[in-house]
Design a binder for this molecule. Structure first.
Ligand code: REY
Length: 415
């Protein structure tokens, strides 16, 4: 049986539909700041029951567990269904840590934009100026890389063409960044420098190399010193090449390509195939803190945040900035963040324009297109509330990497 828990404040509530909200912060507003609750009021009221129903649907579609946390001004709501661990049957909880996949790309972009603030990096300078000879075209700039317009092929396409064998082949592997880049360069480039948006993990491997080159430190050190510690993200880690998730966490379950085959426990892996493109570990609370700090202008200068939100088209309901995605919801409201897919984990982290409302969600399943499409509709419940236009469906395409516009999701995934 799927266990269900709706949690509010510090008390676990057994009732299934009793969704109440509590103040998330007891501290008074500082003089001169806009009350958080008043900012969030500009959005439709969230549909918290709808949000919880979305999680139940994901669980019916095969996710062992699903959870979400919504921070709305000074009020927090959270809910979880199903299990964190299929063996022990422990219920999933928003206290569980998980792999956030490509939400990591926002972390990498923030570090680089801070370096731009410090005049150590220029967005329109060629990557090869900082990393001589790395890329085959001197015209590819830092901005092209961070907006997926470099044309660098995504090496994960071949790596995970066969889902379970592909994963098992890299589960314990430790790659250098250069090895990953050379896999990409063994294939033709997809666009000219500055051409159309084409999502590729290779871009954020290059981002990691830039961070290390410009700071002289590992990305682990830079994430920690610039983001994790200043924001006190106590559930956020970069353990590469370690394979374990520290402390209490959700186990991740990968769905094989063969229908009916048993789920694969993918929890332990190096994620070396992704590193600065996808290897951070976090929690729903930390992701909301991170996104609301970023959109609230507390991580970069306003000028760099504006650069981050210079949008290029990325499908009919989406656009991409610098490591940041904009999703246009059915009610006309846009949200800003990223999705992530690493084996066993689908994650979602988005916030409103000013960061006043944020939503982080997880299903501890992957390679399951219906679960992904369902989980995307947590955004509709959270930001459109009851104004969601059901006829339009979930917000946009159902490819976990958000590039389904180019037809990469398999028919089975979209089933
Ligand atoms: C990797 C494959 C997806 C995931 C990827 N993730 O590029 C980056 C991201 C970090 O955007 C795997 N799917 C799954 C397959 C499909 O293997 N054949 O769903 O776990 O988050």
């Amino acid at each position: 049986m799927v266990s269900t828990a709706v949690v509010r404040g510090t008390a676990v509530v057994a009732a299934l539909v009793s969704l109440l909200a509590v103040p998330a912060h007891a501290a008074p507003q500082e003089p001169g700041t806009i009350p958080l609750a008043a900012r969030a009021d500009a959005l439709p009221a969230p549909d918290v029951t709808g949000l919880w129903n979305v999680l139940r649907t994901a669980s019916r579609q095969g996710a062992p567990g699903a959870m979400a946390r919504l921070d709305d001004g000074d009020v927090a709501h959270w809910a979880a269904v199903g299990v964190a661990d299929r063996k022990t049957k422990r219920a999933l909880s928003n206290a569980d840590r998980f792999r956030i996949g490509s939400v990591t790309k926002i972390f990498s972009a923030v570090v680089l934009l801070q370096l731009a603030d410090e005049n150590k990096l220029k967005l329109d300078t060629p990557v090869n100026r900082y990393l001589p000879g790395l890329l085959p075209d001197d015209r590819i700039t830092v901005r092209h890389v961070l907006s997926h317009r470099s044309g660098l092929h995504d090496y994960t396409n071949e790596m995970f063409a066969r889902t379970v064998p592909g994963f098992e082949a890299v589960r314990k592997k430790v790659f250098t960044y250069r090895q990953l880049v050379s896999r990409s360069l063994s294939k033709p480039r997809t666009t000219k420098p500055g051409g159309a948006y084409t999502y590729s993990n290779t871009n954020f491997v290059v981002a990691g190399m830039l961070i290390e080159k410009l700071t002289g430190h590992s990305v682990a050190t830079e994430y920690r010193d610039r983001i994790i510690e200043p924001l006190r993200l106590g559930d956020t880690f970069y353990v590469h090449p370690g394979t374990k998730i520290p402390g209490r966490h959700a186990r991740g379950y990968l769905t094989p390509d063969t229908a009916g085959a048993a789920l694969v426990d993918a929890t332990e892996q190096t994620v070396s195939w992704a590193q600065s493109a996808g290897a951070v570990i976090s929690s729903t609370r930390d992701l909301n803190t991170f996104l609301s700090a970023l959109l609230g202008g507390r991580l970069t200068s306003r000028a760099q945040l504006t650069q981050m939100q210079r949008w290029v088209p990325a499908g009919s309901t989406q656009a991409y900035g610098l490591g940041l995605r904009r999703r246009d919801l059915s009610c006309g409201i846009s949200v800003y963040g990223h999705t992530g897919a690493v084996q066993g984990y689908y994650s979602y982290a988005f916030a409103s324009k000013d960061g006043g409302r944020s939503l982080a969600a997880l299903a501890n399943a992957s390679n399951n297109g219906s679960v992904h499409a369902t989980m995307l509709s947590t955004l509709e419940s959270a930001f459109c509330g009851k104004q969601t236009k059901k006829s339009r469906g979930a917000a946009g395409p159902a490819d976990p990497r958000e590039d389904a516009e180019s037809g990469k999701a398999s028919a089975a995934d979209l089933g």
